[in-house]
Design a protein around this ligand. Structure first.
Ligand code: BES
Ligand code: MN
Ligand code: MN
Length: 463
């Protein structure tokens, strides 16, 4: 990979400019107003895949946002790597909390990124990380050192549940036939401590509506005589966790995987400073399920969070109203063996059961997905380990993460292929938040590491 690494060095600045260009496209999948930009972004990925050297590049339209597919098949006897990523991004709101506009990328230095970081929505999640693969592929191909066949599948609906990708995968098993799936859409522990993600949580996302009186009322005339649905909803939500932070939904923990003492001890050896963690977030202390550490609470334990709550009057000034309706979005992060559909059912049943007789409730299952765990004794994990050790000079730690990439479980089920989660972001890069950024160190380290993965994987598969 000598020529490849030299090529990367030589083309460093261009690789950065090209990424910055794509970060200007507001490919927000959740908001229909941006559908044109999402499409534009798909076309841009297509252009870059072609330019990098893919023989076949296709933009597949779906009921919502297109899926970009590209491939370079060099030899049927060589293993095939399928790279998955997403080019859609989260909405940038609240806009006024950004120090610079979300779709006008700028490079700024930070404490954790002394060499600079690119600030823009999608810089880390996942345009920057997906782009590392396009550039690494270009470098290997142009240096005549590509050791595997490559397929790219970059989608535009990850942030809204990957609904159309599920269908695409089921219908295109032959096209997607591969030996391993490689994804960079997760984090490393820190820039001195490389890690490979060995677990992701699942998700069940619900919306609830609580109805009290049949119309909005004067809160003086009627207040006291009829239950306020916002007050009722708040009490219901509060009851979903007990004083030990355990979720009270009946049956919720029935299938939760018990992680061995040994594995728990191991995962708690990862560098983590509780005080610094709290300080960075501006809280006096951390908080969560009793009996578990922060590292465990955010990876191997399920959670329940209210993501939004609304109702009544929220405009300027005061309005004395007793509203008819109150709403909330509630999501649960799930761990292996919990089924998102089953949890959604349990939640619906429980939420209806705890509703007092003076309100009506409606529960909607918005979307969900399963978690996953990756074994560490496979050629693909070993290849990632070898690759990271080469560039970081240190063996990476296995690390289970709290976020979700539900399509990983589907890949395993439908394509019967294992996924390697070799991400290069930091958890502090503010993905989904204002001022999302991606370190230049991380971007380049990713581009440098990926070719070593291909090399090690090809070697392990042929031996
Ligand atoms: N890249 C993230 C998931 C992630 C982030 C995993 C950091 C591990 C570490 C992904 O884009 C994401 O945000 N997924 C959503 C799930 C989806 C169903 C909306 C999530 O986790 O909320
Ligand atoms: Mn992502
Ligand atoms: Mn995301």
């Amino acid at each position: 990979m000598k020529n490849t690494q030299a090529y990367i060095k030589k083309n460093k600045d261009r690789f950065l400019d090209e990424l910055m260009e794509t970060l200007k496209i507001p490919s927000i999948s959740a908001d229909p107003k941006y559908a044109k930009d999402v499409k534009k972004m798909a076309e841009s990925i297509k252009k870059h895949l072609k330019k990098a050297g893919c023989d076949k590049v296709e933009v597949h339209p779906t009921a919502k946002h297109p899926i970009v597919y590209g491939e370079k098949m060099i030899d049927k006897k060589l293993p095939t790597v399928l790279v998955y990523g997403h080019y859609d991004v989260q909405p940038p709101d609240p806009l006024d909390l950004w120090d610079s506009p979300p779709f006008e990328p700028v490079i700024k230095k930070t404490k954790l990124h002394p060499k600079g970081a690119i600030f823009a929505r999608g810089a880390c999640d996942d345009k920057g990380q997906a782009f590392m693969h396009v550039k690494a592929f270009e470098a290997m191909l142009k240096s005549k050192e590509l050791p595997c066949n490559v397929k790219f599948m970059i989608e535009g609906e990850e942030e809204v549940g990957s609904t159309n990708l599920y269908d695409f995968v089921k219908k295109n098993k032959k096209k997607l036939d591969c030996d391993v799936i490689l994804i960079s859409d997760t984090s490393i522990i820190n820039n001195k401590t490389p890690s490979i993600t060995t677990g992701l949580r699942g998700l069940a996302y619900m919306e609830v509506e609580v109805t009290g009186p049949n119309r909005d009322l004067h809160s003086g005339v009627y207040g006291g005589g009829v239950a306020n649905p916002i007050n009722t909803l708040c009490k219901m939500i509060a009851s979903l966790q007990d004083k030990n932070g355990k979720i009270t939904v009946k049956g919720f923990y029935d299938k939760v995987e018990t992680v061995s003492k040994k594995e728990r001890a191991l995962m708690n050896q990862a560098p983590h400073n509780e005080k610094a963690y709290a300080k960075d977030l501006g809280v006096k202390e951390t908080h969560g399920e009793k009996g578990y550490t922060t590292l465990e609470r955010t990876s191997i334990r399920p959670t329940l969070d209210c993501n939004g709550i609304w109702g009544g009057y929220t405009g300027a000034g005061a309005k004395t109203v007793l509203p008819s309706k109150a709403y909330a979005k509630i999501s649960m992060r799930l761990v292996p063996n919990q089924s998102s559909k089953e949890i959604a059912k349990l939640f619906t049943k429980h939420f209806k059961a705890i509703a007092p007789p003076y309100v009506k409730v409606k529960v909607t299952d918005l979307h969900g997905g399963e978690g996953s765990v990756t074994p560490t004794d496979t050629p693909e994990y070993k290849a990632a380990e070898i690759a990271m050790e080469k560039t970081f000079g240190k063996k990476p730690l296995p690390s289970r993460e709290g976020g979700s990439i539900p399509i990983v479980a589907l890949f395993e089920k439908e394509l019967k292929v294992k996924t390697v989660l070799m991400g290069f972001g930091l958890n502090s890069d503010d993905i989904h938040s204002p001022n999302e950024h991606f370190g230049l160190f991380n971007y380049y380290r990713g581009i440098e590491t990926i070719p070593y993965f291909y090399e090690a994987y090809a070697n392990l598969k042929s031996s």
